[in-house]
Every structure is written in structure tokens, then in C-alpha cells.
Design a binder for this molecule. Sequence first.
Ligand code: BGC
Length: 736
Amino acid sequence: MRKRPIVLLLSLLISSASVQTSAKDVNKPLYKDAGAPVEKRVDDLLSRMTLEEKVYQLNQYTLGFNHNINNLGEAVKNLPAEIGSVIYFDADPQLRNGLQKKAMEESRLGIPVLFGYDVIHGFRTVYPIPLAQACSWNPALVEQSSAVAALESRMSGVDWTFSPMIDIARDGRWGRVAEGYGEDPYATAVYTVAAVKGYQGDDLSSDRRVAACLKHYVGYGASEAGRDYVYTEISRQSLWDTYLPPYEAGVKAGAATLMSGFNDISGIPASANHYTLTEILKNRWKHDGFVVSDWGSVIQLVNQGVAADAKEAAEKAFMAGVEMDMTDNCYQRHLAELVKEGKVPVANVDDAVRRVLRVKFRLGLFEHPYTKEVKQEERLLLPESLRAVERMAEETMVLLKNSDNVLPLSGMKKIALIGPMAKNRADLLGSWSAHGRAEDVCSIYDAMHREFAGKADILYAEGCDFEDESRGGFAEALDLAKKADVVVLCLGEKRGWSGENASRSTIALPSVQEALLAALKEAGKPVVVLLANGRPLELVRIEKLADAIVEMWQPGVAGGKPVAGILSGRVNPSGKLAITFPYMTGQIPVYYNHRSPAREGRQGRYQDIPSTPLYDFGYGLSYTDYKYGDLKVSADKVKRGETLTVEIPVTNAGSRDGLETVHWFICDPVSSISRPVKELKYFEKQLIKAGETKVFRFNVDTERDLSFVDSDGKRFLEPGDYYLMVKDRKVRISVE
Ligand code: BGC
């Protein structure tokens, strides 16, 4: 009995609280309810928006100082509170939070702005360039580096990275070859998935993750003659065989967004291509995020000759399926007008806005629009991030030559360190290095001093510049070489020689660098050449003179440390090429997965140079010796839909532990359409201790691994014989 008043009081309190809550809920729009499903929130918000507010969501502006010299940033001031997105050039969250406050508090509906940026291989902790990453054959490292990039970006005010760049490229003259994962569609697809996982994790709303953007959809890597922004001639068959697979994998992995390319795809520019943007991406692959144009790729439809003016360009890009216009204001100026004129249905605008809002909700921006302002030391260049860069860089480097086991250097008391890259730091960052700084990088010179402290003296001379023809420094360098036991010659490319708008007519290094090598040979000492570059190089003359060559790529902030470890033997190189190194530039395009020619043997060859590349796709040496056993298949006859297993034992017959990658290829020798001479279908990297044997295994799913697509993406598995191949070994299986 005595309990009753308390119970009554409690129930009164509870009911008044629930009255208050529901009164609050009635006033709070559904889209602001964090507990409601995203689709309901999107619908609710959309139903409240005016056409003008919708159009704002489909435009991207810029904020902060733009470092990309190819793109001129527009004036920052006076950004409207309603804008959808900005490219954020700052490295700290304050500026972001300022603009976000304006959006949240001054716009009618309080829709947060989405902040994007080009975080291509790291934000401040710069990783090896993606082409190098691909040579690691270790997708776990790619996932890890992408996760570090995501953490640094999100904590610095960036919600969305314009990465990964997954354009298949077979032409080293094209500067952007550095930004992708090489020439193979399967390998690129695997790395794409790893990058998307690393950026996005399982929960985009985490304050350590960012939305990914697959770019440049699609075929940009086929740029004619390796020039940028030009036409690409891509048959539908090649589109499906070569250029689309990484995108399909990335979409399946949940990539939030894509960026449409600059290139014209056989007459229909990528940013006005309904087939790729709508029929494939949205209708078949069911992508429910959005597509942003590349910088200016909407207005450039005028230059490309498919639109008369900005208004028509807006109509074409939008109706093809580009939801957001990056910086060129075509949508801002014309979309509402196009709707009013009946040229663009409002339903399409709604669909586009819905896609953009969906990504914003998934990123948790409505609940957490601001970035916590923590000190740089708490988010950038964290010790574990730096350790991860070094570990990755070690696995990306490719030992191309090692005559008489000159490497690792042992018993050398005097090392002559020569060349324009030896003391350089900035160029080791590579292109698109976001907020990376030269001062964060350890030069080869510093790393060699540390690595060989107490073991060898390091003598230094620059020898020559990267490209200045002056040979004034050769004599000093030669004197030094004569005094030393070995010459380590650091050659390569400046970072600006690759990346956007950085095409070169030849992939050879400037002649002065090759001449320096020739001059140093006169000392009669072994010469080890270290190469830091952003593209495959023409190495035919260097190969003849060098005793050893290490392709160290552009390793980011790890700088010279990993390569110094390779020279000392602390690190056993394990990288293998993810792109073919032509014998000479004139062979381009040259790639491993080509079709068979009509005539073989001595016909169809160049008269003046060999027809095979200098270094094949998948090539790379180690300090240990791997012996491959025989291939063993679980069944040599299978029915469609069945699986089988093929194995190969690999023994480390040397005296050092090593990481070895096995590449599994298939060949379909007779088919209703011609197929490549071989196609990579699987790869695996394992640690094999000295003396140990490891078995590498490929579980073949006949439908997935032996089928091919036709020119409209339809998959076929034809009965007949197929080969499964590893190096020079092959085994035949037949599908009934
Ligand atoms: C590049 C893109 C980049 C964009 C934004 C363009 O010029 O082609 O790759 O994401 O600029 O900076």
C-alpha cells in the first residue's frame, strides 16, 4: 500500500517525459532522426527541398589553397550555405568547420557539406605510388595504407577521397600510369577492393574512415599516344575485357562514389556516356551512390564536340548519369532551367539528389557534421603509420638485375653514392602527394649513412642534374668511383614527370643520366643503379651497363630507408612488376595479356629491335633461390559449375628467408572469340623460410575463372580445353 504514491509519481513522470519526447519528435523532421532508416530520411528530406536546393546538392566548389596546377581554384569567399560539396585543400579541420557551421546554421534545411580531396597515396603520411603498391602483390598492405590515409583525412576535415584511381594503363608515356595499379584488370580489381575496404571500413560514419571514389570511369588509361585528355579508341569488347572489371569489383565492394573520366570513349565522352554511367553502373551493377564529374569534364563536352554550350553540356552529362558537377558550374547555372524547360525530368534530379544525400547520411554527416579539432601530432605521421609505410615500400621494390650477386653489398668498405636522386627528398614522394612534405622524407643519402654506419664509408657526388645536359660533374663523380669499392648510382624522374598532364614522348631517362652511368663504368667498379620513377622505363642501355638494378619507385615518406635495407641485405626484395617494361618506347603498347598474332616465329617482328619486352609483367628477382615443383590438379575433366584445385610446391633453396608471389594464369586456346595468350586469375604471396617448401593453391571456379564476357558483358563458359599456368609450367584441363 505504501508504495502506491511513489509508483504513481513515477508513472506520472514517465508519461510526462514521453509526452515531452513525442512533442519534440513531432517537431523534429524525420530526416534528422538518427534512428530512422537512411532511405526514409532521404525521402523525407527530399520532399522538403525546393528545386534550387536540390541543384545546390549537385554542385561541387573548392575551399582552401589549391596545389594542383592543372586546376585553377575559384574564389572561395561567398560560398552559399546550401552547397552540396567542396574540394577541401586545407590540412586542418578549422576551415571546414567554419563552412560547415554556415551550412548547418544558415541554410534552411541544415544539410551538411561533403568535403572531398585527392588523397591518392596518403594524406600527410605519403605511401609509395599506387603503381609501386601493385608490385608488392600484397593487397593487405594496400588496405592498411588506405586505412591510414582515411584516418589522417577524416581527422583533418576530409570525408571523401578521390581514390582509388583504377584505370588500366599500358602506356608508360601517360603520366597517370603512376596513379594506378598497372596493366592487369584482375590485379587492379583485387587492389581496388583492398583500397575500398581500407578507406571505407565497415562503417562510413566512423571518424576514421572516408568514402572512396573509383576513377576515372572509364577507359581514361587508353589515352591515345599516352597524351592526357585525348580521345580513347575502346571497342565494347575491350571495355568489358580490360577496363570495366576493376570498377565492377569496386562497386561490389561497396565504393560509395565514382568519378567520370575526361576521355572520349570511341565517340561518346566518358562524362556523357549513358551506356557506362547508367546502363552498366546503375541498372546492371545497381550502384546506389553517386558519380561526380572530373574537374571540368562537363564543360569540356563542348571542346569534345558533343555539346554546343555549357547548357547542353549540363544536359548531356546529367542525363547520361553524372550526378555531381565538379567545379565548372554547368549544373549550378543550367539545371533548374533545363528542368523548367522539360529537358531534364524532375524525377532524374530527385534520383541524383537522393544518391548524394544517401552518401552523406551513410557518412554520418547529419549527426557529426564537424571534425574534432585535434593537434596534428595526434592524427598525422603517427609512428605506426610510418612503420606501415616502410614495410609496404620494402615489398614494392623490384630487383631487376643482380649479376654475380653483387647485391646485397658485403665486405664493401667504401661506397660511392652518386646521382641526382641521392640527396633528393621531394621527388621520392611522387605525384599527387597531397599534404606530404619533403622534410618528412628520409633521403637515400641519409638512409645509407644510417644503414652502413660503422660498416662502410659513404662518399658522395651529385654527378649530374636530372635533365640539364651539363656533364661538368662527371669527372668528380668518376674520381669518387675510382676510390670506392662499389658505385651506387641514384637515377630517376622528378615527381612532376608523372601524374596529370605529365606525358612524355619517351620513357627513357634523359640522356645525361645514362651518360653518367657510362662514364662511371670507366672506374671498373661494380655499379648498382637505383631507380626512382613513376612509370615503366626504357632501360635497355642502362641494363647493359649496370651490374645490379633496383626499381625503388617513388616510395613516399619511407624515402631511402627500404632501399638501403635492400642494399645491405636487411631486406630481401620481393616486389614483382605489375606493368611490362618495354625494350624500347617504340614497342608501346606492349602488355602480357595480348591476343595471339596471325603469324609467329620470325614474322610480324620489328626489324630493328627485339619484339619482346625487356622485363615481363610479374618479373622480379630475390636474394634467395626458389625452385618450383610440378603443377598438380585435383581433376583434369570438370563440368561447368564445378570447382577444382591446382597446386604447386615452391621450395626456398637459398639461405635467406623470402616472400614469394605465385601468379596463376589461364589460357583459353580455342574459343568463339579470340582470348588473350594468358590472363591472370589469382595470385598469392607467402613467406618461405630458407630450406622450407610451401604449397601454393588456386581453387578454380570454372564459371568465374574460365569464362569470358562478350562485347555487352554477357558471361560465357565454353566447353573445351583450358590451360592453368604458373611461370613456364602448364597443365591442361577440359570443361565438358
Ligand atoms: C583529376 C582528378 C582529380 C580532380 C580533383 C582532376 O584534374 O583528373 O583525378 O580527382 O582533378 O582534383
